[in-house]
Design a binder for this molecule. Structure first.
Ligand code: ATP
Ligand code: MG
Length: 581
């Protein structure tokens, strides 16, 4: 599908509005012809012909036309405005839904500010096109055609003379449209870039301050700001160059009329009334020529915006839910079979093999960047494996309904994100219809209840972007409560207790023991204490599982895990070292 076809698919839904609007446009434009015609009659028949009693009825007619035109103008604006707002609503909705379907790869590569520009500035260019540009273009084309036809009925020779400006107009329109497109593309890119910069800086405001980088950021902002200004000026430069050309062409019509029309009246080829009539049509010929430059500009802007929005919209996610994917409550048996994942021509994880029974707890430990989070991302199908199979309850996750799979997983992610909402709203995010008691129970399990209740507004305290500041450990515990409340079959805690003290961690571990029989739990951690009781411990390094087993067997192996133990606790007790032999 091309961007324009995509746009037309939205416009089609408002075809009734568009047809009604265009009929009104035709009627209004046709009415424009009446008054100059009556003016000609007043000059020829009333003033020069002496039919004085006709003056009042003729002026009355002119007034009637003005009133009817006014009413119609109001109506067609309502019709086009409703269509444009409706179309924009549908388009925003569709683009937003698509954004929600996009996978991690898409968001890794896109800047938030860019995506925001698609939904704001670009959408507005489309609204302007539907609400204004379409009908103004039609009105002007019709106006020009009607007026020219009327001039033809008055005098073919005069009309032909006036027609001589058209090829010049066509040429100027063509050239402007060619120049305006790249200028607008540059303009939109700079706008997106400026937007993205501001968005990133506002979000990262604390880092900027902590490093006293205000001056550096202002300098960078100035660069973006300058680039946008330059792009705007260069886009304006295009129409600034062409608008005077259209003006000159428009005035050329006046000159032709006065020169050749005057000549014809003097030589009695046409009457004075006819000259007045044609003069009355003159603005209908002039105006479209004057508007041409602006309209070409607006159309160029519109096309660029549709192309930009469509480019974002048409990006298909790699990870898609299969058409008839398995949907069921999962038990939580998990196996990774020769799983590898490559991204950007780089091996991220390789040859991952392990098996977990439902209700088991798995600890994952390993150096930073060793692929621990990636393994969990593959389990949740945030990415698809490059080779091998990730199976849950014996079913390849690629054959499982994506939403069903993720519904069965509760995840406390490594970088905690809280929405601008109350604490209760954040914890209940996965199950918005659950009772307050359930929210509180999850918070108690995550050892979050104490500090939440100590807050002035308790569970109603707003957190997230516009809310109160929370400590790292507090955020982690809210995120843990959010994952627990889902009552999942698989619980993933990615570095979830790294910012809490030992006492809190051991409390949380006890709470997790209460649910472990119904839930397979993955705990990613650096601290041995967080994972030592796990049924299976995976030790990762450079994208591979280098050791796997229980705490005791791994200590006995005296490898990476044992040296991590030594780093954290000192020497390994003799009996443990022997235990594995
Ligand atoms: P940490 O303990 O610091 O959280 P980790 O073990 O969780 O580390 P991962 O987040 O799994 O590490 O990342 C492993 C490596 O793979 C990193 O170098 C990361 O940059 C890279 N990586 C992960 N996912 C992708 C991706 N989709 N595209 C490119 N690189 C990726
Ligand atoms: Mg990680």
């Amino acid at each position: 599908m091309t961007p324009m076809k995509w746009f037309l698919s939205f416009l089609k839904r408002y075809r009734k509005n568009m047809i009604l609007g265009l009929i009104l446009t035709v009627l209004i434009t046709a009415l424009n012809i009446v008054n100059p015609y009556i003016s000609g009659m007043i000059v020829d028949d009333v003033i020069l012909g002496g039919a004085y009693p006709l003056l009042l009825p003729l002026v009355g007619c002119m007034l009637g036309v003005i009133v009817i035109r006014g009413v119609m103008r109001f109506l067609y604006q309502v019709v086009f405005e409703t269509a444009s707002q409706g179309l924009l609503y549908d388009m925003r909705d569709k683009v937003y839904r698509k954004l929600l379907q996009e996978d991690f790869r898409f968001y890794n590569k896109k800047r938030t500010g860019d995506l925001m520009s698609r939904q704001t500035g670009d959408m507005d260019a489309i609204r302007h096109f539907v609400a204004y540009v379409i009908y103004v273009t039609c009105e002007n084309v019709l106006m020009f055609a009607f007026a020219l036809t009327m001039v033809f009925t008055v005098s073919v020779k005069l009309a032909l003379c006036m027609l001589a400006v058209l090829p010049f107009t066509a040429l100027a329109t063509y050239r402007q449209s060619k120049e305006v497109k790249p200028a607008f593309q540059r303009n939109r890119n700079c706008f997106s870039s400026l937007n993205a910069f501001v968005q990133e800086n506002v979000s990262g405001n604390r880092v900027v301050r902590a490093f006293s980088k205000e001056d550096y950021e202002i300098e960078k902002f100035n660069k973006e700001n300058n680039a946008f200004r330059a792009a705007q000026i260069s886009a304006s430069g295009v129409w600034m160059k062409y608008v005077p050309i259209f003006e000159v062409l428009a005035y050329a019509l006046n000159i032709i009329l006065m020169l050749y029309g005057g000549y014809m009246v003097i030589h009695e080829e046409i009457t004075l009334g006819a000259l007045v009539t044609v003069n009355g049509y003159l603005w209908m010929l002039n105006n479209p020529l004057r508007m041409a430059g602006w309209l070409v500009n607006d159309i160029g802007n519109f096309i660029t915006s549709v192309e930009k929005i469509y480019a974002t919209y048409s990006e298909e996610p790699d990870v898609k839910t299969p058409p008839a994917g398995v949907r069921k409550k999962l038990k939580g048996e998990i196996s990774f079979e020769d799983v590898s994942y490559r991204a950007d021509d780089e091996d991220i994880v390789m040859d991952i093999n392990f098996h977990v029974e439902p209700g088991q707890t798995v600890g994952i430990i390993g150096s930073t960047g060793s692929g621990k989070s990636t393994v969990m991302n593959l389990l949740c199908r945030f990415y698809d494996t490059t080779s091998g199979h990730v199976k849950v309850d014996g079913i390849d996750v690629r054959n499982m309904d994506l939403y069903n799979l993720r519904d069965n997983i509760g995840m406390a992610m490594q970088d905690v994100f809280l929405f601008s909402d109350t604490i209760e709203g954040n914890i209940a995010y996965g199950r918005p219809d659950c009772s307050f008691e359930e929210v509180k129970k999850a918070a108690i399990m995550a050892d979050a209840n104490h500090f939440i209740q100590a807050m002035p507004e308790g569970y109603d305290t707003i957190v997230g972007e516009r809310g109160v500041g929370l400590s790292g450990g507090q955020k982690q515990r809210i995120s843990l409560a959010r994952a627990l409340l889902k009552d999942p079959s698989i619980l993933i805690l990615d570095d979830t207790t790294s910012a809490v003290d030992m006492e809190t961690e051991s409390y949380i571990q006890k709470q997790l023991k209460l649910i472990e029989k119904d839930c397979t739990i993955f705990i990613i951690a650096y601290r041995i204490s967080s994972i030592k009781d796990a049924d299976l411990i995976l030790v990762m390094d450079k994208g591979r599982i280098i050791e796997q087993g229980t705490h005791e067997s791994l200590l006995a192996e005296n490898g990476y895990y044992a040296s991590a133990f030594r780093n954290q606790y000192g020497e390994i007790p003799e009996e443990l070292l022997k235990g594995g032999n």
